[in-house]
Design a protein around this ligand. Structure first.
Ligand code: GLU
Length: 483
């Protein structure tokens, strides 16, 4: 049974890179009929940010990524917050001491600092020097026991042999070999009794039965240590897959300087969750070369870790904007209505009926990329026209136009409410144009001006249909009277 996890540290708002990692875990789990777990890695109290966990959970809910287990849904492998599992980590550090694969070290931070300075001067890579520092090997068993009994501050470090090699296998990156002497004796349990990321992460992955670790490339350097740590416990290792970096358009690691990086930023800017999810899915994975729009179900069906790229993926906001427009045009009206209603409220258009709002969206969706553009783009559909294009009126509104618009209003009066639709409106206007010996276009421009205040926009007859008979006629009469 496939079991995967997304394991964020609650140090801030969920990052788009985190969304991508979680999504790949989710797609992989669903593809294999397995489980996807959310685990909050909050052991580093100094980096803890209030509200971050809540943001993470809310953003996944918004994005439609569901976890089978986690702090918000429970599950039989909990607790799912590391801060509630500290006893387990202490116990497991002890297990390693007993197995002889971890050891006590009593160095103070000043001593460690001096060691680093010595190494720097000598031009060697910084690494804990087991043979010269104060630990159970240099102090001997009795002194170690004495110090422990007296409650001396200490850490527990992973014992890494000075000879030999460690081999790592990664689904995306393939095999790598590391000389053991280059791997640091990682601190597992800190002097405050809290675990480091490495210990807590491995203990939890093991106890939670994780079969595949799918995470960002920045964790790749930790992989040899993690492999050693599994060996130190004598545990079977999960499979690993490190996902490619997200890059800015300048091909640098994506950072805040490049614009929005949190999922909340995109939500607040009015991106559709479906579009953002589809977009991040393609940052490092391309199911087929011939298309780019995929539903979640399609992605689940096609997802394949073996096809994830090694090369960094460029986060191209223009492409995201395009994709948002594609979704805007294809999502069912019902779904778009959910997005639209709160936006109209925010824009101060109260009491708009949902069916009307979605009809307006339908009308103009070819012309906008964001649902959130609608209240501004089509404000004339939700209240009186605010801005008439004066320049148009001065140049193109002829003396005879006034009479023509008044006549159109008259004739449209004759269309019954039940027949008020694009076809009958169009028929009336075309017939009139024919009588005048003019093209329908000649009438449509002033009509559009009278109804919307603009010179361009969605289909005029459709606009009038949606706007309704009473309002349309009122606008035509008002312009005819005003000129
Ligand atoms: N807590 C780590 C993070 O914030 C988890 C890394 C991993 O998935 O192992 O990304």
């Amino acid at each position: 049974m496939v079991r995967v996890r997304f394991a964020p540290s609650p140090t801030g708002l969920l990052h788009v890179g985190g969304l991508r990692s979680a999504l790949y875990n989710y797609l992989f789990a669903r593809h294999h009929g397995g489980q996807c777990i959310l685990r909050i890695e909050d052991t580093d109290q100094t980096r803890y940010v209030e509200g971050a966990e809540q943001n993470i959970i809310e953003m996944f809910r918004w994005a439609g990524i569901e976890f089978d287990e986690g702090p918000h849904v429970g599950g039989s492998f909990g607790p799912y917050r590391q801060s509630e599992r500290t006893e387990l980590y202490r116990h497991h550090a002890q297990v390693l001491i007993e197995r002889g694969t971890a050891y006590y070290a009593f160095d103070t931070s000043e001593e460690i600092e001096r060691m680093r300075e010595r190494q720097q001067k000598a031009g060697i890579a910084p690494k804990y020097d087991r043979t010269s520092m104060r630990n159970q090997f240099t102090l001997g068993p009795e002194e170690t026991q004495r110090l422990l009994a007296e409650g001396a501050e200490h850490t527990i470090r992973l014992f890494i042999p000075l000879t030999g090699e460690t081999r790592t296998t990664d689904i995306v990156r393939g095999e790598s070999v590391f000389a053991n002497r280059t791997i640091d004796d990682q601190i597992l349990l800190k002097s405050d009794g809290f675990p480091t990321y490495h210990l807590a992460n491995i203990v939890d992955d093991h106890l939670m039965g994780i079969t595949h670790v799918i995470r960002a490339e920045e964790w790749l350097p930790s992989l040899p240590k993690h492999v050693m740590l599994y060996d130190a416990f004598g545990w079977e290792k999960p499979q690993f897959a490190h996902l490619p970096l997200l890059l800015s358009r300048e091909r640098k690691k994506l950072s805040k300087r490049d614009g929005d990086v949190s999922v909340l930023d995109y939500k607040d800017k009015g991106y559709l969750p479906e579009a953002l999810v589809n977009f991040v899915a393609l940052l490092g994975w391309n199911p087929t070369a011939d298309r780019e729009i995929f539903t979640m179900e399609e992605m689940v069906a096609m997802f394949d870790l073996e096809k994830v790229n090694k090369a960094g993926a460029i986060f191209d906001v223009d492409k995201l904007n395009w994709m948002n427009g594609m979704y805007l045009r294809q999502l069912p009206a019902e779904r778009l209505g959910d997005e639209l209603m709160p936006l109209l409220q925010q824009a101060g258009f109260d009491g708009v009926e949902r069916a009307y709002a979605t009809a307006v969206l339908n009308l103009v969706k070819e012309r906008i990329n964001f649902v959130s553009d609608l209240p501004t783009f089509a404000n004339y559909m939700f209240g009186p026209v605010k801005n008439f294009d004066q320049e148009y009126a001065e140049k193109h509104w002829k003396p005879e136009t006034t009479g023509q618009i008044a006549e159109i209003a008259n004739r449209l009066e004759g269309v019954s409410d039940a027949d008020w639709n694009t076809t009958s409106i169009e028929a009336v206007i075309r017939a009139y144009a024919e009588e005048l010996g003019a093209s329908a276009g000649k009438l449509i421009h002033p009509l559009r001006y009278a109804i919307t205040g603009k010179r361009v926009g969605a289909g005029m007859f459709e606009t009038m249909e949606v706007l309704g008979k009473a309002e349309s006629l009122q606008r035509l009469q008002a312009q005819a009277a005003a000129r």
